[in-house]
Design a protein around this ligand. Structure first.
Ligand code: FAQ
Length: 311
């Protein structure tokens, strides 16, 4: 890239201007955004599966309606994000193919199973909680279409988080068996939720360039710390125990000290060896294959209408 153009581009970013799809941008900026927005979109789409697992078994009609609406919101988030990525010159079909063939990633959290109803509480509380912690700063990200998508997505995510916490409240104040289920869900989702923020800063290959371009607004460790600080009092309020014997308030730093997740497990999940990784990709491939007749039908219909117009 031309150094003068690069400097002018960086000056726009530094001045807090939004970059729009038709503006000049360095190839690296475009590629990084396609990677990050694409992975984010895939996460929303694959993220429907762990909760979709419980729609048919929700304990009441009201809980079922709420969960159904939440999962539909996630599909909607995926669609806005694919649209934002398309403005960068990649098609939704190309992105989908990269997900289905395992070439593109989706968030590690969705490779974990949802074993009980309490997991619906833990996913809403912790997974949406972590998602918001990461996405609120992204409302100020430098790429216009991404930042605008984040504004609406964050509104919906905060509602999702509250519905998850509400399930946890109900379970944690219920029978001893319900409380045990809530604790078990927290035990299984705590460390995978911490992993959502990405590897520790020293292993985060993209952070420094992405932060200079304001594609990312904070480092992975900064956001992880904020999440722990926010979530520990919420666990205490529920009367549940965070599964970390080393978790301790540190008066000097004004933050909690906590144990790092098992990074070997994280990198295993990233390489496609998570507990449900194969199942998730199979489900997405099946949905894509089962929908082929709809796509073919729509194309044939569009073709017929076009032919009629030109006749
Ligand atoms: N999972 O250099 P960094 C949701 C990869 S929220 C998988 O630090 P970066 C809502 C990373 O891609 C979840 N891969 O990377 C919901 C890179 O590999 P690559 C989605 C991960 O990009 C809630 C490598 O590790 N949110 O879905 C993960 O600067 C409930 C090196 O890492 C977003 O995507 C991970 N956890 O920072 C839905 C937010 N972490 O690509 C349903 C936007 C790292 O070179 C139910 N994304 N990797 O092959 C971001 O903010 C960033 O991409 C990070 C990672 C912070 C995730």
């Amino acid at each position: 890239d031309d150094p003068e153009k690069l400097a002018a581009f960086q000056a726009r970013i530094d001045a807090g201007e939004k970059i729009e799809p038709k503006d000049w941008m360095p190839e690296g900026y475009r590629k990084t955004l396609i990677r990050q927005i694409g992975q984010h979109a895939h996460s929303e789409i694959v993220g429907q599966l762990p909760e979709g697992n419980w729609i048919t078994r929700a304990p009441t009609l009201e809980r079922k309606q709420i969960l159904l609406a939440k999962v539909q919101d996630e599909a909607g988030h995926g669609l806005y994000l694919y649209c934002a990525a398309e403005t960068l010159g990649v098609s939704r079909d190309e992105l989908t193919e990269m997900l289905l063939s395992g070439k593109m990633k989706y968030s590690s959290i969705f490779s974990y199973p949802t074993l009980t109803w309490a997991d619906m509480g833990a996913v809403g509380w912790l997974v949406d909680g972590a998602a918001i912690m990461n996405q609120v700063p992204l409302q100020r990200t430098s790429f216009g279409p991404y930042s605008r998508a984040m504004i609406r997505i964050c509104k919906e995510e905060s509602f999702h988080q509250r519905q998850g916490y509400d399930i946890m409240m109900k379970m944690a104040s219920g029978t001893p068996e319900q409380k045990r289920m809530a604790q078990d869900a927290l035990n299984r989702f705590w460390y995978p939720s911490l992993m959502m923020f990405g590897p520790s800063d020293k292993d985060s290959v993209h952070s420094s360039q992405s932060m200079a371009w304001k594609i990312k607004m904070n480092t992975n460790d900064e956001l992880r710390q904020k999440f722990v600080d926010q979530t520990v009092p919420q666990a205490e309020y529920l009367g549940l125990t965070v599964p970390d014997p080393d978790l301790k308030w540190n008066d000097e730093t004004g933050h909690y000290d906590f144990s790092e997740p098992d990074w070997t497990e994280f990198f295993e999940v990233l390489s496609g060896n998570g507990p449900c990784s194969a199942e998730r990709l199979e489900a997405r491939n099946k949905a894509w294959d089962d929908g082929a007749w709809v796509r073919e039908g729509m194309l044939a219909h569009a073709e017929k209408k076009r032919a009629l117009k030109t006749a």
